[in-house]
Design a protein around this ligand. Structure first.
Ligand code: SAH
Length: 244
């Protein structure tokens, strides 16, 4: 009899934003395989004898190559009952949770997916930014700044009217991303925010416009996400979160 792997979202940072189901599984887990950006407070909920394995690092998405993480999960599923694969935010939002689930499925390992609160949703909320707002827009889009999306072929013309953009993994290419958005026709006066360590006491945010954001955000570090669009300006009346 093999064990089961729970592909689990840990939420955006604040441990209180963990789901009840995720917390229950963390309490039960024999093995927890976790990424960077997982709050220590959450890991302290594991039982004393649980095996905790860190597989993420600072500047790339994974310390262990993905194949080794996959193999690790399968190996532990053969020797232990409850394996929690803990990922930041939601496991299926740029978290490679889908790839891991496919690999488990191919290898006959039972799994469940436990959604988490994605930083893409929660972090703007903690900065007082609604992603949609009646009278302003009817859609938002979550994209990665990591890969080729923002090469010359990114066409802002495909954006729906006033669509809010939430860009993950984009801080290290901020300059390039903003230039690409402007090149593709977004207005340089469009409101833009960058939020670091969202939902945490150390949260920092910068509000600017597309043409000033690069200069204004030089002191911002990872993890951070970028929000672009008219709804960003609502923060002036909606900021509620007190960071340190
Ligand atoms: N699966 C995760 C996203 C993984 S990609 C989720 O659903 O949240 C990692 C990126 O998420 C980071 O590069 C950063 O852009 C963003 N991110 C994660 N946590 C964050 C936080 N607390 N504050 C700001 N951005 C965050």
């Amino acid at each position: 009899m093999g064990g089961k792997v729970y592909l689990t979202g840990a939420g955006p940072g604040d441990p209180d934003l963990l789901t009840v189901k995720a917390l229950r599984l963390i309490h039960q887990a024999d093995v927890i395989v976790y990424d960077r950006l997982i709050n220590d407070e959450i890991l302290r909920e594991a039982k004393k004898e649980a095996i905790l394995i860190y597989v993420g690092k600072e500047d790339s998405l994974h310390t262990l190559p993905q194949e080794e993480i996959n193999a690790l999960l399968v190996a532990y599923a053969h020797t232990h009952d409850t394996i929690v694969r803990l990922k930041g935010g939601d496991p299926l939002v740029f978290g490679r949770g889908g790839e891991e689930a496919l690999y488990l499925s191919k290898n006959g390992i039972a799994f469940e997916i436990i959604p988490g609160i994605s930083s893409a949703i929660a972090v703007p909320a903690y900065a007082g930014i609604p992603l949609t707002h009646r009278g302003i827009n009817t859609s938002f889009r979550i994209i990665t700044g990591h890969q080729t999306v923002f090469s010359e072929d990114f066409d802002a013309g495909v954006l729906r009217e006033n669509e809010t953009l939430v860009i993950l993994m984009g801080l290290h290419r901020l300059d390039k991303i903003i230039r690409s958005l402007l090149y593709n026709g977004l207005d340089s006066s469009l409101p833009c925010a960058i939020i670091e360590n969202g939902t945490m006491p150390t949260q920092k945010q910068v509000f600017a416009t597309l043409d000033t954001i690069v200069d204004e955000s030089r002191h911002i570090h990872s993890p951070a996400l970028i929000v672009v669009g008219e709804t960003v300006s609502l923060h002036k009346n909606l900021e509620w979160f007190q960071s340190l």
